[in-house]
Design a protein around this ligand. Structure first.
Ligand SMILES: NC(=O)c1ccc[n+]([C@@H]2O[C@H](COP(=O)([O-])OP(=O)(O)OC[C@H]3O[C@@H](n4cnc5c(N)ncnc54)[C@H](OP(=O)(O)O)[C@@H]3O)[C@@H](O)[C@H]2O)c1
Length: 483
């Protein structure tokens, strides 16, 4: 079956930095379905040849040493361009005509990738529908929507409804590139492909779970956008909740898109709702020093660049096991980690000495920069008495010389194949907003917890450390455990 991928936002950063390199790498690896063509759409006035030239330069840069002139030449023959404005219905007629010319009377599966400003997502879907481009009677028609999907529950619901007027839910692919990361998928293999982890994966053995998405960068040129968004919208509602769902979900009945997503949504539905004083106690918020002086940021900005949250998942597996989630900008290093901290041993056989305090076992799942797993356990100090020390077992996901694909490769391949397992469903997105919205509202009210300042290159406000210590736990403040 031949495929066409139409990219709205063809002249933009995401297209040149991620989408075209990912499609090219799939082509190089023989993983792109035969007869796959790409049609770019944006207002810039390019010919096919001009857009190809631009992409040659950017793909050379972003693919690096894997770029190869011959295979690029073969791939770029299938790249075309159609200039147009998403706001102009007539331009979609023009697009339809161009697609007819290119596709002839072949049966074609088409993917519309909406990689443009979020304000245009709804209109893109609406105008595709009006031009008859969503009609899937002669081949599949799928639409991919980039993040952010709404800015709160109301806007996400509105967007779902607007897209739903044109495309059925099974045609809609809401992307969260974290789900395209191999290690995130590996969490499922770790849990359901082994018999040693899943029996321990519950309240009987786990004390708590920490999920950290730490960024080293400051807001930079994105101050204007970021100040209207903040860390809870930018990181928690999507990436962190995705990691929490994959960590906490029950085993799906089958590994197909609906079974997996059914289990993920159940996690969000089980998150304990907060009320009253809960909003002040449930977390810590902060801004890095100098944030309010960044270009585009209000001098009295109430927007968090750091947040730590404690959530409870009210079901049999996780009752009494808090999930600590945190993310921030301008932190010590760039790392994304899930830390499963097990309960301490119930009885200490080896007494005395400073090395013999009970220590919990930990499983650290590192999502970035390097992808891998580290297990922390106690061992005897060699040639000593029965003193113990912490030891580590490391697994690097790319060990054995396999280089890991960029997450967009996997996700684009899945869209072309019609597999939506690694994409968010409408109820998932809405459930995530339903958790985040009340927290944002409470944190903008007079009852909000104090806004803490923190130095650049730290692990966030000191209040975050103390808040954790108040529950007799400590953050795992370790820059990448696997490098
Ligand atoms: N960049 C990333 O790494 C990244 C990562 C994750 C998610 N995203 C998301 O992906 C989306 C695109 O981001 P980006 O960074 O690529 O943005 P960008 O560089 O600003 O590109 C926006 C694109 O939209 C096109 N466009 C704007 N108005 C248009 C209109 N009325 N009709 C047709 N095309 C129009 C622009 O081209 P013309 O001006 O030529 O029309 C351009 O190609 C955003 O929603 C962003 O949140 C981006």
């Amino acid at each position: 079956m031949a495929h066409t991928m139409v990219i709205f936002g063809a002249s933009g950063d995401l297209t040149s930095r991620k989408l075209i390199p990912a499609l090219y790498r799939l082509f190089q690896r023989g993983r792109l379905p035969a007869d796959t063509r790409v049609v770019g759409f944006s207002r810039s006035d390019y010919s096919d040849e001009q857009w190809r030239e631009q992409l040659t330069a950017t793909t050379t840069k972003y693919v690096g040493k894997d770029f190869d002139a011959q295979s690029w030449k073969e791939f770029s023959k299938f790249i075309h361009y159609c200039s147009g404005d998403i706001q102009t219905p007539a331009d979609f007629e023009k697009l339809a005509h161009r697609l007819e010319q290119l596709e002839g009377d072949q049966t074609i599966d088409r993917v519309y990738y909406v990689a443009t400003m979020p304000q245009l997502y709804e209109m893109a879907a609406q105008h595709l529908g009006q031009a008859g481009l969503a009609d899937d009677s002669s081949g599949a028609r799928r639409i991919v929507i980039e993040k952010p999907f709404g800015t709160d529950l109301k806007t996400a619901r509105h967007l779902n409804q607007a897209i739903g007027k044109v495309f059925r839910e099974d045609q809609v692919y809401r992307i969260d590139h974290y789900l395209g990361k191999e290690t995130v998928q590996n969490i499922m293999v770790l849990r359901y492909g082994n018999s040693i982890f899943e029996p321990l994966w519950n309240r009987n053995y786990i004390d708590h779970v920490q999920i950290t998405v730490a960024e080293e960068v400051v807001v930079g040129r994105r101050g204007d956008y970021y100040d209207g968004s903040g860390v809870l919208r930018d990181m928690f509602q999507n990436h962190i909740f995705q990691l929490m769902m994959v960590t906490a979900m029950e085993p799906p009945v089958k590994f197909n898109s609906d079974s997996v997503r059914d289990e993920k949504v159940k996690v969000l539905k089980a998150v304990r709702p907060m009320k009253g004083a809960d909003f002040a106690d449930c977390g810590v918020r902060g801004q890095y020093e100098g944030y309010r002086k960044e270009v585009g940021v209000a001098p009295d900005s109430p927007t968090e660049t750091f947040a730590a949250l404690k959530l409870h998942i009210d079901n049999w597996r996780w009752q009494g096991v808090p999930f600590y989630l945190r993310s921030g900008k301008a932190l010590s290093c760039r790392t994304t980690q899930i830390v499963i901290e097990f309960k301490e041993p119930p009885h200490l056989l080896f007494g005395g000495g400073k090395h013999t305090a009970p220590q919990a076992n930990r499983l650290v799942i590192q999502i970035q920069p390097a992808e891998g797993i580290q297990i922390h356990f106690q061992s005897k100090v060699p040639d000593a008495d029965m003193s113990m020390r912490q030891s580590e077992l490391d697994f690097r996901f790319d060990s054995g010389g396999t280089s890991l694909p960029d997450s967009y490769q996997r996700l684009l391949q899945d869209v072309l194949m019609g597999d939506a397992s690694l994409f968010a469903r409408s109820d998932e997105v809405e459930s995530a907003w339903a958790i985040i919205d009340p927290i944002i509202a409470a944190w903008r009210s007079p009852a909000a917890p104090a806004m803490n300042s923190y130095p650049i290159e730290s692990w966030g406000p000191e209040a975050s450390t103390h808040w954790m210590q108040d529950s007799e736990r400590n953050w795992f403040d370790v820059c990448p455990v696997i490098s």
